[in-house]
Design a protein around this ligand. Sequence first.
Ligand SMILES: Cc1ncc(COP(=O)(O)O)c(C=O)c1O
Length: 394
Amino acid sequence: MSINLHDDTELCHDGDSYFENKGAIVPPIYQNSLFAFESWDDIDRAFDDPADNFIYSRILNPTVEMAEEKIAKLCRGERAKLCASGMGAISAAIMHCITSGDHIITISNVYGPTNNFLGKYLVEKCGISITYVKGASTDEFEDAITDRTTLIFLESPASMTFELQDLSAIAQLAQKHKIKTVIDNTWASPVFQKPLDLGIDLECHSASKYLCGHSDVVAGVVIGKKVDIDAIINAEHALLGAKMAPLEAWLILRSMRTLSLRMKRHEQSALRIASWLETHPNVSKVYFPGLPSFPQHQLASRQMTGYGGLMSFEIDTSDIGIVKRFVNGLQLFKLGVSWGGHESLVYSPSISYIKELSPDKFKAMGIQIGLVRISIGLEHCEDLIADLAQALDY
Ligand SMILES: Cc1ncc(COP(=O)(O)O)c(C=O)c1O
Protein backbone atom coordinates (compact mmCIF):
# COMPACT_ATOMS: atom_id res chain seq x y z
CA MET A 1 0.00 0.00 0.00
CA SER A 2 1.49 3.35 -0.95
CA ILE A 3 1.56 6.10 1.69
CA ASN A 4 0.41 9.61 0.86
CA LEU A 5 3.51 11.49 1.98
CA HIS A 6 3.72 14.95 3.53
CA ASP A 7 6.06 17.59 2.04
CA ASP A 8 8.45 17.13 5.01
CA THR A 9 8.99 13.46 4.17
CA GLU A 10 9.23 14.10 0.42
CA LEU A 11 11.81 16.81 1.07
CA CYS A 12 13.94 14.31 3.02
CA HIS A 13 13.64 11.34 0.70
CA ASP A 14 12.19 12.14 -2.70
CA GLY A 15 14.65 11.16 -5.43
CA ASP A 16 16.69 8.82 -3.18
CA SER A 17 16.67 6.17 -5.89
CA TYR A 18 17.37 8.59 -8.74
CA PHE A 19 20.98 7.55 -9.22
CA GLU A 20 20.80 4.05 -7.68
CA ASN A 21 24.37 4.74 -6.81
CA LYS A 22 25.76 1.83 -4.80
CA GLY A 23 23.55 2.77 -1.86
CA ALA A 24 25.15 6.18 -1.32
CA ILE A 25 22.75 8.12 0.93
CA VAL A 26 23.75 11.41 -0.71
CA PRO A 27 23.79 11.56 -4.51
CA PRO A 28 26.99 12.20 -6.46
CA ILE A 29 27.66 15.38 -8.40
CA TYR A 30 27.65 14.92 -12.16
CA GLN A 31 30.39 17.42 -12.90
CA ASN A 32 30.45 16.91 -16.66
CA SER A 33 29.90 19.33 -19.50
CA LEU A 34 28.81 16.84 -22.19
CA PHE A 35 27.39 13.35 -22.67
CA ALA A 36 28.89 10.82 -25.10
CA PHE A 37 26.72 8.63 -27.35
CA GLU A 38 27.21 5.09 -28.66
CA SER A 39 26.33 5.92 -32.23
CA TRP A 40 25.27 8.52 -34.80
CA ASP A 41 21.66 7.29 -34.51
CA ASP A 42 21.65 7.69 -30.73
CA ILE A 43 22.81 11.32 -30.78
CA ASP A 44 20.53 12.02 -33.73
CA ARG A 45 17.53 10.75 -31.73
CA ALA A 46 18.57 12.84 -28.70
CA PHE A 47 18.59 15.98 -30.85
CA ASP A 48 14.94 15.33 -31.77
CA ASP A 49 14.04 16.29 -28.17
CA PRO A 50 16.86 18.26 -26.49
CA ALA A 51 14.62 19.25 -23.53
CA ASP A 52 14.38 15.57 -22.51
CA ASN A 53 17.81 14.13 -23.36
CA PHE A 54 21.20 14.67 -21.76
CA ILE A 55 23.39 16.17 -24.50
CA TYR A 56 25.18 19.15 -22.97
CA SER A 57 25.10 20.49 -19.39
CA ARG A 58 24.11 24.01 -20.45
CA ILE A 59 20.68 22.47 -21.13
CA LEU A 60 20.32 19.37 -18.89
CA ASN A 61 22.48 17.70 -16.25
CA PRO A 62 21.51 14.76 -13.97
CA THR A 63 22.37 16.50 -10.66
CA VAL A 64 20.53 19.63 -11.73
CA GLU A 65 17.59 17.54 -12.95
CA MET A 66 17.33 15.72 -9.63
CA ALA A 67 17.00 19.06 -7.80
CA GLU A 68 14.50 20.28 -10.42
CA GLU A 69 12.30 17.20 -9.96
CA LYS A 70 12.26 17.70 -6.20
CA ILE A 71 11.32 21.37 -6.53
CA ALA A 72 8.63 20.66 -9.15
CA LYS A 73 7.02 18.07 -6.87
CA LEU A 74 7.06 20.43 -3.87
CA CYS A 75 5.44 23.18 -5.97
CA ARG A 76 2.87 20.78 -7.53
CA GLY A 77 4.27 21.65 -10.96
CA GLU A 78 4.97 19.27 -13.84
CA ARG A 79 8.50 20.50 -14.42
CA ALA A 80 11.05 22.99 -13.04
CA LYS A 81 14.13 24.60 -14.56
CA LEU A 82 16.95 25.77 -12.31
CA CYS A 83 18.78 28.89 -13.48
CA ALA A 84 21.93 30.74 -12.51
CA SER A 85 20.01 33.23 -10.35
CA GLY A 86 16.53 34.35 -9.36
CA MET A 87 16.75 37.04 -12.02
CA GLY A 88 17.76 34.36 -14.57
CA ALA A 89 14.53 32.48 -13.76
CA ILE A 90 12.33 35.59 -13.61
CA SER A 91 13.61 37.05 -16.89
CA ALA A 92 13.30 33.66 -18.65
CA ALA A 93 9.70 33.25 -17.43
CA ILE A 94 8.77 36.78 -18.52
CA MET A 95 10.42 36.47 -21.94
CA HIS A 96 8.55 33.19 -22.48
CA CYS A 97 5.21 35.00 -22.10
CA ILE A 98 5.75 38.00 -24.38
CA THR A 99 6.58 39.13 -27.88
CA SER A 100 7.61 42.63 -28.88
CA GLY A 101 4.84 45.21 -28.55
CA ASP A 102 2.94 43.33 -25.84
CA HIS A 103 1.56 44.84 -22.64
CA ILE A 104 2.37 43.63 -19.10
CA ILE A 105 0.61 44.41 -15.83
CA THR A 106 2.62 44.27 -12.63
CA ILE A 107 2.62 45.70 -9.12
CA SER A 108 4.26 49.00 -8.20
CA ASN A 109 6.32 47.51 -5.33
CA VAL A 110 7.77 44.66 -7.39
CA TYR A 111 11.40 43.68 -6.54
CA GLY A 112 13.76 46.40 -7.86
CA PRO A 113 15.75 44.47 -10.52
CA THR A 114 12.50 42.86 -11.79
CA ASN A 115 11.12 46.38 -12.07
CA ASN A 116 14.23 47.47 -14.00
CA PHE A 117 13.92 44.48 -16.33
CA LEU A 118 10.22 45.14 -16.99
CA GLY A 119 10.02 48.90 -16.85
CA LYS A 120 13.35 49.81 -18.47
CA TYR A 121 14.95 46.93 -20.35
CA LEU A 122 11.83 45.47 -21.99
CA VAL A 123 10.24 48.85 -22.59
CA GLU A 124 13.35 50.30 -24.26
CA LYS A 125 14.57 47.18 -26.11
CA CYS A 126 11.37 45.30 -26.98
CA GLY A 127 8.69 47.99 -27.19
CA ILE A 128 6.78 46.44 -24.28
CA SER A 129 4.35 48.66 -22.39
CA ILE A 130 3.75 48.31 -18.66
CA THR A 131 0.93 49.24 -16.33
CA TYR A 132 1.69 49.31 -12.61
CA VAL A 133 -1.09 48.68 -10.10
CA LYS A 134 -0.98 48.64 -6.32
CA GLY A 135 -2.44 45.16 -6.55
CA ALA A 136 -4.56 44.92 -3.39
CA SER A 137 -7.77 44.75 -5.46
CA THR A 138 -8.26 42.42 -8.42
CA ASP A 139 -10.35 45.14 -10.13
CA GLU A 140 -7.15 47.15 -10.63
CA PHE A 141 -5.80 44.31 -12.81
CA GLU A 142 -9.10 43.99 -14.70
CA ASP A 143 -9.16 47.74 -15.41
CA ALA A 144 -5.58 47.65 -16.70
CA ILE A 145 -6.11 44.85 -19.26
CA THR A 146 -5.77 45.90 -22.92
CA ASP A 147 -6.02 43.84 -26.11
CA ARG A 148 -2.18 43.60 -26.05
CA THR A 149 -1.91 42.29 -22.47
CA THR A 150 -0.16 38.90 -22.46
CA LEU A 151 1.28 38.78 -18.95
CA ILE A 152 0.37 39.64 -15.37
CA PHE A 153 3.50 39.51 -13.22
CA LEU A 154 2.87 39.11 -9.49
CA GLU A 155 4.96 39.11 -6.35
CA SER A 156 2.95 38.18 -3.27
CA PRO A 157 3.91 39.17 -0.65
CA ALA A 158 5.84 41.94 -2.41
CA SER A 159 9.26 43.33 -1.57
CA MET A 160 9.84 45.71 1.37
CA THR A 161 6.26 46.29 2.59
CA PHE A 162 4.79 42.87 1.70
CA GLU A 163 1.44 43.75 0.11
CA LEU A 164 -0.47 40.71 -1.19
CA GLN A 165 -2.43 39.99 -4.33
CA ASP A 166 -5.41 37.62 -4.43
CA LEU A 167 -3.82 34.82 -6.43
CA SER A 168 -6.82 32.67 -7.30
CA ALA A 169 -8.98 35.67 -8.25
CA ILE A 170 -6.24 37.07 -10.51
CA ALA A 171 -5.55 33.63 -12.02
CA GLN A 172 -9.25 33.27 -12.90
CA LEU A 173 -9.35 36.76 -14.41
CA ALA A 174 -6.22 36.08 -16.47
CA GLN A 175 -7.50 32.73 -17.72
CA LYS A 176 -10.71 34.40 -18.88
CA HIS A 177 -8.64 36.84 -20.98
CA LYS A 178 -6.02 34.22 -22.08
CA ILE A 179 -3.30 36.12 -20.24
CA LYS A 180 -0.36 34.27 -18.65
CA THR A 181 0.37 34.74 -14.94
CA VAL A 182 3.82 34.55 -13.37
CA ILE A 183 4.57 34.95 -9.66
CA ASP A 184 7.75 35.60 -7.72
CA ASN A 185 7.01 33.31 -4.74
CA THR A 186 10.34 33.77 -2.97
CA TRP A 187 8.96 35.37 0.22
CA ALA A 188 6.61 32.53 1.21
CA SER A 189 8.70 29.64 -0.20
CA PRO A 190 6.93 26.63 -1.76
CA VAL A 191 6.43 25.25 1.76
CA PHE A 192 3.97 28.01 2.70
CA GLN A 193 2.41 29.03 -0.64
CA LYS A 194 1.50 26.89 -3.67
CA PRO A 195 0.53 29.36 -6.42
CA LEU A 196 0.25 26.67 -9.14
CA ASP A 197 -2.54 25.03 -7.11
CA LEU A 198 -4.31 28.43 -7.17
CA GLY A 199 -4.19 28.61 -10.97
CA ILE A 200 -1.01 30.67 -11.56
CA ASP A 201 0.88 29.53 -14.71
CA LEU A 202 4.52 29.95 -13.68
CA GLU A 203 6.16 30.25 -10.27
CA CYS A 204 9.67 31.69 -9.83
CA HIS A 205 12.03 31.73 -6.87
CA SER A 206 15.29 33.27 -6.00
CA ALA A 207 16.73 29.98 -4.73
CA SER A 208 19.50 32.11 -3.21
CA LYS A 209 17.01 32.67 -0.36
CA TYR A 210 15.10 29.87 1.43
CA LEU A 211 15.53 27.03 -1.08
CA CYS A 212 19.27 27.12 -0.51
CA GLY A 213 19.07 28.80 2.89
CA HIS A 214 22.78 28.86 3.78
CA SER A 215 23.88 32.04 1.94
CA ASP A 216 26.38 30.07 -0.13
CA VAL A 217 24.62 29.86 -3.51
CA VAL A 218 23.07 32.32 -5.98
CA ALA A 219 20.38 30.47 -7.95
CA GLY A 220 16.86 30.67 -9.32
CA VAL A 221 14.10 28.36 -10.50
CA VAL A 222 10.96 28.53 -12.60
CA ILE A 223 8.21 25.91 -12.20
CA GLY A 224 5.07 25.21 -14.23
CA LYS A 225 3.48 22.93 -16.81
CA LYS A 226 5.86 20.77 -18.86
CA VAL A 227 4.86 22.49 -22.08
CA ASP A 228 5.89 25.91 -20.71
CA ILE A 229 9.10 24.72 -19.03
CA ASP A 230 10.15 22.73 -22.15
CA ALA A 231 9.68 25.88 -24.22
CA ILE A 232 11.78 27.88 -21.73
CA ILE A 233 14.49 25.18 -21.75
CA ASN A 234 14.67 25.23 -25.55
CA ALA A 235 14.57 29.03 -25.92
CA GLU A 236 15.28 31.44 -23.05
CA HIS A 237 17.35 28.98 -21.03
CA ALA A 238 19.38 27.39 -23.83
CA LEU A 239 19.93 30.59 -25.79
CA LEU A 240 20.55 33.13 -23.03
CA GLY A 241 22.67 30.60 -21.14
CA ALA A 242 21.70 31.32 -17.51
CA LYS A 243 22.46 27.70 -16.55
CA MET A 244 22.79 26.19 -13.08
CA ALA A 245 26.11 24.57 -12.12
CA PRO A 246 25.92 20.92 -10.89
CA LEU A 247 27.67 21.75 -7.60
CA GLU A 248 25.12 24.48 -6.86
CA ALA A 249 22.22 22.14 -7.68
CA TRP A 250 23.75 19.60 -5.30
CA LEU A 251 23.93 22.26 -2.57
CA ILE A 252 20.26 23.05 -3.17
CA LEU A 253 19.42 19.32 -2.85
CA ARG A 254 21.29 19.28 0.46
CA SER A 255 19.40 22.37 1.64
CA MET A 256 15.96 21.14 0.62
CA ARG A 257 16.21 18.27 3.10
CA THR A 258 15.84 20.86 5.88
CA LEU A 259 13.62 23.37 4.04
CA SER A 260 10.35 22.75 5.91
CA LEU A 261 12.18 22.56 9.24
CA ARG A 262 13.94 25.86 8.56
CA MET A 263 10.76 27.55 7.35
CA LYS A 264 8.92 26.60 10.52
CA ARG A 265 11.75 28.03 12.66
CA HIS A 266 11.93 31.24 10.55
CA GLU A 267 8.16 31.63 10.91
CA GLN A 268 8.03 30.91 14.64
CA SER A 269 10.77 33.44 15.44
CA ALA A 270 9.43 36.03 12.98
CA LEU A 271 5.93 35.92 14.51
CA ARG A 272 7.36 36.42 18.00
CA ILE A 273 9.70 39.24 16.90
CA ALA A 274 7.04 41.04 14.85
CA SER A 275 4.65 41.03 17.86
CA TRP A 276 7.44 42.25 20.14
CA LEU A 277 8.38 45.06 17.72
CA GLU A 278 4.73 46.16 17.51
CA THR A 279 4.77 47.03 21.20
CA HIS A 280 8.12 48.85 21.17
CA PRO A 281 7.79 52.62 21.82
CA ASN A 282 10.41 53.53 19.17
CA VAL A 283 8.68 51.51 16.43
CA SER A 284 5.77 53.17 14.63
CA LYS A 285 4.75 50.37 12.24
CA VAL A 286 5.52 46.72 11.53
CA TYR A 287 5.00 45.17 8.09
CA PHE A 288 4.54 41.40 8.46
CA PRO A 289 1.64 39.48 6.87
CA GLY A 290 1.56 37.05 9.81
CA LEU A 291 0.47 39.77 12.26
CA PRO A 292 -3.30 39.98 12.89
CA SER A 293 -2.93 43.79 12.55
CA PHE A 294 -1.53 43.48 8.99
CA PRO A 295 -4.25 44.95 6.72
CA GLN A 296 -4.33 41.88 4.42
CA HIS A 297 -3.87 39.29 7.17
CA GLN A 298 -7.11 37.51 6.25
CA LEU A 299 -6.07 37.08 2.64
CA ALA A 300 -2.61 36.01 3.83
CA SER A 301 -4.03 33.27 6.04
CA ARG A 302 -6.34 32.15 3.22
CA GLN A 303 -3.72 31.73 0.49
CA MET A 304 -0.63 30.85 2.55
CA THR A 305 -0.20 28.11 5.14
CA GLY A 306 2.56 29.97 6.99
CA TYR A 307 4.83 33.02 6.92
CA GLY A 308 8.48 33.53 6.08
CA GLY A 309 11.08 35.28 8.18
CA LEU A 310 11.35 38.57 6.28
CA MET A 311 9.69 41.71 7.68
CA SER A 312 10.08 45.48 7.81
CA PHE A 313 9.37 48.04 10.46
CA GLU A 314 9.49 51.79 10.77
CA ILE A 315 11.65 53.39 13.41
CA ASP A 316 9.68 56.36 14.65
CA THR A 317 11.96 59.03 13.16
CA SER A 318 12.63 61.04 10.01
CA ASP A 319 16.26 61.50 11.06
CA ILE A 320 18.49 59.23 9.00
CA GLY A 321 21.19 59.59 11.67
CA ILE A 322 19.02 57.63 14.11
CA VAL A 323 18.38 54.90 11.54
CA LYS A 324 22.14 54.67 10.94
CA ARG A 325 22.80 54.45 14.70
CA PHE A 326 20.26 51.61 15.03
CA VAL A 327 21.70 49.63 12.10
CA ASN A 328 25.30 50.10 13.24
CA GLY A 329 24.31 49.24 16.82
CA LEU A 330 23.09 45.72 15.98
CA GLN A 331 25.47 42.98 17.01
CA LEU A 332 23.87 39.71 15.83
CA PHE A 333 22.05 41.03 12.75
CA LYS A 334 24.58 41.42 9.92
CA LEU A 335 24.17 44.36 7.55
CA GLY A 336 23.73 43.18 3.97
CA VAL A 337 21.48 42.61 0.97
CA SER A 338 19.68 39.33 0.25
CA TRP A 339 17.88 37.28 2.92
CA GLY A 340 16.45 33.82 3.68
CA GLY A 341 19.69 32.31 5.02
CA HIS A 342 20.62 30.87 8.41
CA GLU A 343 21.87 34.26 9.60
CA SER A 344 19.77 37.24 10.61
CA LEU A 345 20.25 40.32 8.45
CA VAL A 346 19.29 43.97 8.46
CA TYR A 347 18.98 46.33 5.51
CA SER A 348 17.66 49.86 5.13
CA PRO A 349 16.17 50.82 1.74
CA SER A 350 17.32 54.37 2.48
CA ILE A 351 20.92 53.20 1.83
CA SER A 352 20.37 52.51 -1.88
CA TYR A 353 17.06 54.17 -2.74
CA ILE A 354 18.12 57.59 -1.55
CA LYS A 355 21.01 57.48 -4.02
CA GLU A 356 18.78 56.35 -6.90
CA LEU A 357 15.42 58.05 -6.34
CA SER A 358 14.08 61.50 -5.65
CA PRO A 359 12.52 62.03 -2.18
CA ASP A 360 9.12 62.27 -3.94
CA LYS A 361 9.46 58.89 -5.66
CA PHE A 362 10.69 57.43 -2.37
CA LYS A 363 7.53 58.71 -0.65
CA ALA A 364 5.28 57.60 -3.54
CA MET A 365 6.49 54.04 -2.99
CA GLY A 366 5.18 54.39 0.57
CA ILE A 367 8.68 54.02 1.98
CA GLN A 368 9.65 56.13 5.00
CA ILE A 369 13.21 57.11 5.96
CA GLY A 370 12.83 55.05 9.14
CA LEU A 371 11.97 51.79 7.32
CA VAL A 372 14.33 48.91 7.97
CA ARG A 373 14.05 45.35 6.72
CA ILE A 374 15.13 42.39 8.82
CA SER A 375 15.54 38.77 7.81
CA ILE A 376 15.06 36.48 10.78
CA GLY A 377 17.59 33.67 10.73
CA LEU A 378 17.85 30.47 12.72
CA GLU A 379 19.48 31.88 15.87
CA HIS A 380 17.68 31.70 19.23
CA CYS A 381 14.76 34.10 19.02
CA GLU A 382 15.36 35.63 22.47
CA ASP A 383 18.96 36.51 21.48
CA LEU A 384 17.63 38.33 18.40
CA ILE A 385 15.10 40.24 20.51
CA ALA A 386 17.85 41.20 22.96
CA ASP A 387 19.95 42.51 20.05
CA LEU A 388 17.05 44.54 18.62
CA ALA A 389 16.22 45.89 22.10
CA GLN A 390 19.74 47.17 22.75
CA ALA A 391 20.01 48.74 19.27
CA LEU A 392 16.58 50.42 19.58
CA ASP A 393 17.71 51.97 22.84
CA TYR A 394 19.47 54.79 20.95
C1 LIG B 1 11.84 38.96 -3.95
C2 LIG B 1 13.08 38.70 -4.75
N1 LIG B 1 12.94 38.19 -5.98
C3 LIG B 1 14.02 37.94 -6.76
C4 LIG B 1 15.30 38.20 -6.32
C5 LIG B 1 16.45 37.98 -7.26
O1 LIG B 1 17.12 36.82 -6.95
P1 LIG B 1 18.67 36.58 -7.29
O2 LIG B 1 19.44 37.55 -6.47
O3 LIG B 1 18.89 35.16 -6.94
O4 LIG B 1 18.84 36.85 -8.74
C6 LIG B 1 15.49 38.70 -5.03
C7 LIG B 1 16.85 38.96 -4.54
O5 LIG B 1 17.07 39.62 -3.53
C8 LIG B 1 14.35 38.98 -4.23
O6 LIG B 1 14.46 39.52 -3.00
